[in-house]
Design a protein around this ligand. Structure first.
Ligand code: 6R9
Length: 633
């Protein structure tokens, strides 16, 4: 179908060069392989000062016609999803492209029946079941903007996101199961909805048959509604630059922002990156272990694979249940060829020992992928040797919610790899390293802040409802550059190695968490005066969360107060943001202007007490000794 799959390293180099010399021609060729209702007039319009980025303007399309309709004639009976349930004894479900198409169209009609129209925001809060993908695609079918909220977020977090997006409709389930835990999704959503007057309708899928409160006139059962609508649903014509979705992510400030992606560019980029990086062709079986609540799931469980006509595994559960061999059982059972997972999962499975790997038949695997955080060499080698048996290339893919798809990564089997390196930019991507003064650092064997100097189709267009925030966050640090927030090294071969965030974002088990967000949550707890949160190296999670907390008075039961703080953070954000360590302190190291010196707090949290550096500019240098003395190892 496509004509953009690179097949050798020489070709990569040539195509890369072409993509820099003539970016518009390069992307136009790729875009030409899609189904457009009307061709674009102009490939690209841009400046990074406002910023204003528009791709394929004047073009009309619907991404679901490219994900579904265009496969029907020849590949309608190809399996789109192999759904693996949480409980290995339950039934696997397979949906062909035709079945998926039918389910999407019918559910899209349910959304229409309940008033959803092009441009309306729909919040989706569901477990990892096929209906989640169906809900996402049904929104896209009618031009409604989906905002998927990860099933692990609290009512408070959901409410924030619904309010920010002013969503009018919610799609959820009675509950979900992960491992041996049941999550009462509807009940959490009901708490959120108390704070969300914009939501008029809620569609509820029955998954675990847990009792659910169903408010008359607001809440409707998914299955019952399906029976009331027709099967046909024409795809809404969308402009290239109409919004496809919003996905909230954490930044340096307390409030998560809605990263906004548009229809045409995101579509082109999702398929281009999927097909090239993973070198996908039928009948390979692709398994991305992410949750659709994160960007990785959006681009490489839903859109990228479906646009490509791929067969993917969607997994409801967690890697460690019923035992830490679950991923390998799934690989064996479904003859998975490509496994795309996160370093944190690799490290945790590595820690549980080879006994869970040894008896599994992993011979179907030909390619491996990693995403979400830097992969340490030990984990890389374990993945390579014990899962890939030494003959599967690993693609270490660097990208972000804001980039829409993979940016810097090996092309599987084509780019020579190096442990810990995301290697080289994909054709069409122009990264650069910038020094403190804002100057580009040329040459190799250098490091700096990672920026991108030319637009690509999948990039963020704005932060929902607050364009100024988008400009400030990404386009104001360096002139005419998109700033990623990551530090990066380019070695003597020109290979890129991402070294981690240089802002106040920490990466816990591959999840982005803003330190300010966690601080705000802790500060909401009664008796807390102030707090400061930093990341520290954690063997399994990559980074752990270390919180320094000042209390009004010495807690009578310090342990209980710590538990209470954890409960508060769970309530306000979700369990993923719970600090690993809490240290009560009487003060924080502040400069005379009142700024917290996080550098010092980081050093202490890392256990590097000898190197906290100069403390003479602090308001109260003595506080550092107290903090050092109380450090939690
Ligand atoms: C896709 C995704 C983005 C941040 C990013 C960076 C880190 C992602 C990485 C990586 C090193 C990789 N990150 N992939 N760091 N090597 N291969 O994870 O999006 O959740 O928005 O996180 O994750 O720090 O800036 P998102």
């Amino acid at each position: 179908m496509s004509s953009f799959k690179i097949s050798s390293f020489e070709e990569y180099q040539q195509v890369y060069k072409k993509s820099v010399d003539d970016p518009e021609g390069f992307w136009a060729d790729i875009a030409g392989t899609f189904r457009w209702q009307q061709k674009w007039d102009k490939v690209l319009d841009w400046n990074f000062t406002e910023p204003n980025v528009k791709w394929f303007t004047g073009g009309k399309l619907n991404i679901t016609e490219n994900c579904l309709d265009r496969h029907l004639e020849k590949n309608g009976n190809t399996v789109a999803y192999i759904w693996e349930p949480n409980n290995p004894n339950d039934q696997t479900i397979k949906y062909t492209y035709r079945e998926l198409y039918e389910k999407v169209c019918r559910f899209a009609n349910v959304l229409k029946k309940h008033g959803a129209r092009k441009g309306d925001r729909v919040c989706i809060y569901m477990p990892m079941i096929p209906e989640l993908a169906i809900a996402v695609l049904a929104c896209a079918r009618i031009g409604a903007i989906h905002s998927v909220v990860f099933g692990g977020f609290s009512a408070h977090s959901i409410a924030d996101r619904i309010q920010d997006a002013q969503a009018s409709l919610v799609i959820t389930a009675d509950g979900g199961v992960r491992g041996n835990k049941e999550i009462p999704l509807k009940s959490v959503m009901d708490d959120a909805l108390e704070l969300c007057p914009t939501v008029k309708k809620v569609i509820v899928y029955t998954k675990i048959k847990t009792p659910a409160y169903m408010q008359r006139g607001r809440d409707y059962w998914w299955d019952e509604e399906l029976a009331t609508v027709g099967a046909d649903c024409p795809a809404e014509p969308m402009d290239s630059e109409d919004t496809l979705f919003v996905l909230y992510t954490s930044g340096s400030t307390g409030k998560p922002k809605g990263v906004l992606h548009t229809c045409g560019g995101y579509m082109v980029f999702a398929q281009y990156t999927f097909e090239n990086v993973f070198q996908y062709s039928q009948p390979e079986i692709f398994f991305c272990t992410a949750d659709i609540g994160w960007i990785t799931g959006h681009s490489y469980i839903v859109y990228g694979p479906l646009l490509t006509g791929a067969t993917s595994v969607m997994f409801e559960g967690i890697p460690t249940w019923p035992d830490p061999g679950r991923f390998w059982d799934i690989v064996q059972k479904h003859r998975v060829t490509t496994l795309y997972t996160a370093p944190t999962a690799i490290r945790s499975l590595m820690a549980s020992g080879l006994k869970h790997v040894e008896k599994k038949d992993l011979s179907s695997l030909t390619k491996l992928g990693s995403v979400g955080e830097p992969i340490n060499e030990e984990a890389w080698h374990w993945f390579h040797d014990h899962i890939g048996k030494g003959n599967c290339p690993i693609v270490d893919t660097w990208w972000q919610t804001e980039t829409g798809g993979i940016m810097i990564s090996p092309i599987a089997g084509i780019t020579p790899t190096k442990p810990g390196y995301a290697t080289l930019p994909l054709p069409g991507i122009q990264p650069c390293l910038i020094d403190e003064k804002g100057q580009e650092i040329e040459g190799n064997g250098v490091s700096g802040n990672l920026c991108i100097k030319f637009p690509w189709p999948g990039m963020i267009r704005t932060t929902y409802g607050d364009h100024e925030r988008c400009r400030k966050t990404y386009f104001s640090t360096y002139k005419n550059m998109y700033f990623t927030g990551d530090g990066c090294l380019r070695d003597d071969d020109g290979y890129y190695r991402i070294t981690g965030r240089v802002d106040d974002v920490i990466n816990v088990s591959g999840h982005r968490i803003g330190t300010a967000e966690v601080e705000n949550a802790i500060n909401m707890h009664t008796g807390v005066v102030e707090s400061a949160v930093v990341g520290y190296p954690h063997d399994i999670k990559g980074q752990g969360i270390y919180a320094y907390v000042i209390t009004e008075k010495t807690p009578s039961d310090a342990n209980l107060m710590k538990q209470d703080i954890l409960m508060t953070v769970s309530r306000i954000i979700g369990p993923i943001a719970k600090p690993d360590k809490i240290q009560f302190v009487s003060g924080l190291p502040k400069t005379r202007s009142g700024k917290i010196m996080r550098r010092i707090l980081r050093k202490v949290a890392e256990g590097d007490l000898a190197n906290v550096g100069d403390t003479s500019t602090l308001l109260d240098p003595a506080i550092v000794d107290e903090i050092k003395a109380g450090v939690i190892a």
